[in-house]
Design a protein around this ligand. Structure first.
Ligand code: UT7
Length: 324
């Protein structure tokens, strides 16, 4: 039986039109541009208008990823959407996206792993390709956290933004892939830590649409240790060292965490892709949005080794190593 590697053939992103600065937030919330920038690195975020739903933004990002890959709807076997803010409980928002893209076969589903969702979805997509169940997979992260923020809680509502990112994975026979493609993914979860970052409601709960709740300090503490472990795990699984990494594309939650990871890898700051200053934390969309930016502007070049990592509510975390 022929074995396949997942090649990351194209990337795409979408950000809502409306940009909201820290100063604008500080007009209605007891906060300041100084506090937000100093603690997080965030300068602004995008907030979705009513029509900019998770599906709408996911479709836009997916179209770009398909175009960049030179692929069409006919090449899509599966659509995996990482989101914590689906448009409806069901059908899966992935299938709204399937319909909008004009994909008429294959399968799709939503995957809930909060801010680590894209890494989880990439891992599942890679497994589908390696096992021969799909040859073309759209992996999307799309989120509208502005709809689940508690505007009375200044410790969380200033941290998040909306957006979508996508990649198209193509199955290529290992014999043709050379050293390119998804080299590894590692995903982890610890459900006992579910109460340090969660949404206190859901469609299935009476009178409780749900708002995001976070113990920032606890999440910060876990992020620093778990992500450092995840990076070491990814490198050692591939017999690679920190010096081999060309680009770090981290989850964009906090510049202080990102800087710490860059230092750990001994990467100069210009080798770390940063979008948190302009996008804030877009949860499952943050890694594919940052990756799309660095691929589209030409920073990531063929042959480059890119390390992706993320951590989110669950607790969930993981990493992926990709050779372009
Ligand atoms: O995407 C999932 C992963 N998420 C993360 O990785 C988030 C990890 N956590 C963090 O990034 C940080 O913990 C935060 C940015 C959320 C908070 O930073 P911190 O340095 O841990 O601040 P803190 O929550 O300990 O709050 C420090 C002070 C408090 O005042 P007192 O008690 O010292 O007087 C807060 O009340 O800052 C105050 N504060 C604010 N002040 C102005 C909290 N939020 C704000 C605000 N504006 N928006």
């Amino acid at each position: 039986m022929m074995s396949f590697r997942s090649i990351l053939a194209g990337t795409g992103g979408y950000l809502p039109e409306r940009i909201v600065t820290n100063d604008e937030l500080s007009r209605t919330i007891d906060t300041s541009d100084d506090w937000i920038r100093e603690r997080t690195g965030i300068r602004q975020r995008h907030f979705a208008a009513t029509h900019e739903t998770t599906a709408f933004m996911g479709v836009a990002a997916a179209r770009q990823a398909l175009n960049a890959a030179g692929a069409t709807a006919a090449d899509v076997d599966a659509i995996l959407l990482a989101t914590s803010t689906p448009d409806q409980a069901f059908p899966a928002t992935a299938l709204r996206i399937q319909a909008a893209l004009g994909v008429t076969r294959g399968f799709g589903f939503d995957l809930s792993a909060a801010c680590a969702g894209f890494i989880y979805a990439l891992s599942m997509a890679d497994s589908l390709i390696k096992s021969g169940q799909a040859r073309g997979v759209l992996v999307i992260g799309s989120e509208v956290y502005s709809r689940i923020l508690n505007w009375q809680d200044r410790g969380t509502c200033v941290l998040f933004g909306d957006g979508a990112g996508a990649v198209f994975l193509r199955a290529v026979p290992v014999s043709e892939a050379g050293d390119k493609g998804v080299l590894s993914t590692h995903i982890h979860a610890q459900g006992t830590l579910g109460d340090i970052l969660y949404v206190d409601g859901a469609v299935g709960q009476p009178d409780k649409p749900g708002h995001l709740v976070m113990n920032g300090r606890e999440v910060f503490r876990h992020a620093v240790t778990r992500l450092a472990e995840a990076v070491d795990e990814a490198l050692s699984a591939n017999g690679l060292t920190r010096a081999d990494v060309d680009w770090l594309v981290p989850h964009q939650a906090n510049l202080r965490i990102i800087d710490g990871m860059g230092r750990k890898l001994n990467l100069p700051p210009e080798r770390v892709v940063i979008t948190v200053d302009r996008h804030a934390n877009t949860s499952a969309a943050s890694v594919p949005l940052a990756l799309a930016e660095a691929c589209t502007d030409g920073r990531v070049k063929p042959g480059d080794l890119v390390l992706l990592e993320a951590l989110g509510g669950g607790l969930t975390w993981g990493s992926a190593l990709v050779r372009f």
